[in-house]
Every structure is written in structure tokens, then in C-alpha cells.
Design a protein around this ligand. Structure first.
Ligand code: LLP
Length: 395
């Protein structure tokens, strides 16, 4: 819900833009940190969800660690003040250059996704006379019950090491003098709204935890990944996730021994609700079969609806205060030369006109970071609400 004052201010700005409510972001990270610290849990922010500088500054200030999936994310995390002792580097395809840079930066740990990668890190660390801390990312074959494009923990997914390869892993770890085994890592998928999935994950982690200890491979860190979903349908009613219920699942189901740490890697749940994509209607095309609202934002600014059939709440801010309940069904489309450039089909909105402001909500996670320059589009600006101040970024 946007205040009339915000809408008046939006009206003076060039569209499209990402609008970040830094107050809400602050509240979200604080609630998450409080809920996690009640159990002594450590949260690493998954930079892939959003690496906008203001977002990173806000998350870093809350004391979270950083979960990175590229050399540049590692660099960005350290440049934004994240403690390098709380930086982890995951990803199925780390290049030698990226591994070397992370070794030079002395990050906390590599989350390793194959036996071959273990051997490469061992060689590269040895060449530098260093020891690399490694956690083993295990594919637990747990169904996240989310869109199949964002499921990661099934055997057919490319991520992690399958359980039947773990003997080979242990053998490799024992024979690699430049590796220090820190623990085990899991991530089964994203936008998980059924908390039972995390319960199942805990059962698998407990099983594998035991297995490693039986091999005489003590575990210091249990990293259970991220994936907590947000309410895309009701951003005003549920602006902040129920972090307490989420962490409680782990507190109730995960076996943790004295001295062990539990790490989480949350992305979406921390940042999704704090941003909207604000756009204007360029044209209204009334056809015989369809009415189209052509926006000045498209899949180049928010690709989730086109890539994952993702739902984002869409509202006409200009007509927010309209008293009439009459609506027209529109296909809300972008300007990009692709038929898939459609945010929603048959959306009932008040009669809309050229120049109306349209908000596409819950765009803070995997929005700006997945933007592209397709059609040689301009990069769009970001606008930040902090306290009561609206600030416009310089591109
Ligand atoms: N850890 C690992 C190893 C991951 O692969 C991911 C996300 C996360 C943590 C953070 O997950 P989150 O808490 O944000 O669910 N672009 C897609 C989502 C891709 C997620 C990739 N991995 C989307 O827009 O839905």
C-alpha cells in the first residue's frame, strides 16, 4: 500500500524505477536476526537475490554473513564490509581465477559441489601454501515442492554431491593436505512456502551428520541453505516473513551437538518485499479479444513472471482511490519484442489510461539483479525510501 504522498512523489519521477523501502528492509533483517539469534543460528545473506549497494549496506549493518556464488559477489561482499570470516563461496562452476581470488581473500569457506572441485581447490591452495576450508554441498534428494526451475535438491539437479558419492568425498578429503573439512551444506530450492519441506531436510541432515561422524569426520558447521518463501499474493498483509516459525522448525528437528554452528543462507525472504517495480502505462490497446496495457517496464526489468510463471501483485496506483469497483481485464505487457514479455494475462484493473502509475510488487529479490540490456534498453534507476526521505540513485 502506497501513501498518497509517495504516489505524488513517484509522479514527478521518470519511470520505470525500482523503489526500495529501506525501512521495511531494515525491519525485515532485524526480525530475522532476532529470530535466528534466539537459537544461536548464523544467517548469511545470499547476495544473488539482490546486490544493490544500499541493500548490501543495510544487510551488512545487521551483522549477517554473505553467501556468494561468483568471484564478483565475494568481492562485492568484502567491499561492502561483510566480515570475510563470514563469507562463503558456493556454486557448481567456480573458475580457477575465482577460487584463487577467494583464497587470497581468506574467506571462511568454499561450499564444494563435486569431487573434482575438491581436487582443484586442494591444488590451488597448495600452490599458495594455504589451507582452504571446505564444506561439502550434498544433494539430499528432498523435493522442495516449488517451481521446477528453482528446485535444486533433487538427484536430477546439477547441484551438490549425491549421497552415493560420499565415500569418495571422504577418501579425497583425507588425502588432500590443503583442505580443512568444516562441515556439510544443503540447499533444496527457493520460494518454499510449505515448512514441512524444511522438516524433511532436517531429517536428511541428521542422517548425513551421523554418517560423517561415523566416518570419524567431525562436523563444525551445519549449513542448511536458504529457500524460505514470501507471500507474493498479499504483500501488504505479510510484508515480513514469519522467521520465528521458520527457525523453530530447525530448533525442533535438527540435531546439533555441543560446539557446532548452524548456518542459513537466506536471500528472497530478506529482500523480496522491500521493493516494487514502478512503471507507467505507455499505451492502452483495446482489441476484440484482448485489452493490453503496454507498460514502460518489461522482462528486462523483472523477468520472473516470464521465466517462472511467477505471480507478482500488480496495482494501478493512479486509480488507487477510485470509488467505483468497475474493472476491465487487461493483459499487462512490456515493450520488449517478445510475446512472452507479459506480466499477467486477464488482470482485472480499474479502467486505466496512458500515464497511469503501475506498481509491480515484491520485486526486491531476483528483480534488479536479473535485469538485462536486451533490446538495448536503458538501465533503470533505483529510488530509496529511508526514514521519510526519498532518494534517487545516480546510474
Ligand atoms: N543458497 C544457495 C546455494 C542457493 O542456490 C540459493 C538460491 C540461496 C541460498 C538463496 O535462496 P533463497 O533464500 O533466495 O530462496 N531466480 C529465482 C531464484 C533462484 C534461486 C537460486 N538459488 C527466482 O527468481 O525465483
Amino acid at each position: 500500500m502506497f501513501s498518497k504522498a509517495s504516489i505524488d512523489r513517484f509522479n514527478q519521477l521518470e519511470t520505470p524505477f525500482y523503489y526500495y523501502d529501506l525501512n521495511l528492509l531494515q525491519q525485515t533483517v532485524t526480525e530475522c536476526q532476532n529470530a535466528a539469534s534466539a537459537y544461536g543460528y548464523h544467517v548469511h545473506y545470499a547476495l544473488k537475490a539482490n546486490f544493490n549497494t544500499r541493500v548490501l549496506q543495510t544487510v551488512q549493518a545487521a551483522g549477517m554473513g554473505a553467501d556468494c556464488v561468483s568471484g564478483n559477489e565475494v568481492k562485492a561482499a568484502i567491499a561492502h564490509g561483510f566480515d570475510k570470516g563470514k563469507v562463503v563461496f558456493a556454486g557448481v562452476g567456480k573458475s580457477d581465477r575465482e577460487i584463487n581470488a577467494a583464497l587470497d581473500a581468506d574467506i571462511f569457506c568454499f561450499n564444494v559441489e563435486s569431487v573434482q572441485e575438491l581436487l582443484v581447490i586442494n591444488d590451488l591452495a597448495g600452490a599458495k601454501g594455504k589451507t582452504a576450508r571446505v564444506a561439502i554441498r550434498i544433494n539430499p534428494n528432498v523435493d522442495a515442492h516449488t517451481h521446477h526451475y528453482i528446485t535444486t535438491g533433487l538427484e536430477e539437479n546439477k547441484f551438490g554431491i549425491n549421497t552415493w558419492q560420499l565415500e569418495d568425498v571422504v577418501f579425497t578429503l583425507r588425502n588432500c593436505a590443503n583442505l580443512e573439512f568444516t562441515g556439510i551444506h544443503f540447499h533444496v530450492g527457493s520460494q518454499i512456502t510449505n515448512l514441512d519441506v524444511f522438516k524433511k531436510l532436517c531429517e536428511k541432515v541428521n542422517e548425513l551428520h551421523n554418517w560423517f561422524e561415523h566416518q570419524n569426520m567431525p562436523i563444525k558447521v551445519l549449513n542448511v541453505g536458504g529457500g524460505l518463501g514470501v507471500d507474493y499474493y498479499n504483500p501488504d498483509e505479510n510484508p515480513v516473513c514469519d522467521f520465528e516459525s521458520y527457525f523453530k522448525i530447525f530448533a525442533d528437528n535438527l540435531t546439533v551437538k555441543e560446539g557446532q554452528e548452524v548456518h542459513f543462507e537466506l536471500g528472497r525472504a530478506l529482500v523480496a518485499q522491500s521493493a516494487s517495480l514502478i512503471s507507467r502505462v505507455l499505451y492502452v490497446k483495446n482489441g476484440q479479444k484482448k485489452n493490453f496495457l503496454v507498460l514502460d517496464a518489461g522482462m528486462t526489468e523483472l523477468i520472473r513472471p516470464m521465466l517462472y510463471q511467477a505471480y507478482h501483485h500488480i496495482e494501478n496506483l493512479t486509480k488507487q482511490e477510485l470509488v467505483s469497483n468497475a474493472t476491465i481485464n487487461y493483459d499487462v505487457v512490456g515493450p520488449i519484442c517478445e510475446s512472452t514479455d507479459c506480466f499477467r494475462t486477464d488482470l482485472a484493473l480499474p479502467e486505466s489510461h496512458r500515464g497511469d502509475l503501475i506498481a509491480i510488487r515484491t520485486a526486491g529479490a531476483y528483480g534488479e539483479v536479473m535485469a538485462s540490456g536486451y533490446n538495448l534498453r536503458d538501465r533503470v534507476q533505483s529510488v530509496y525510501l529511508e526514514q521519510e526521505q526519498l532518494q534517487v540513485s545516480e546510474i
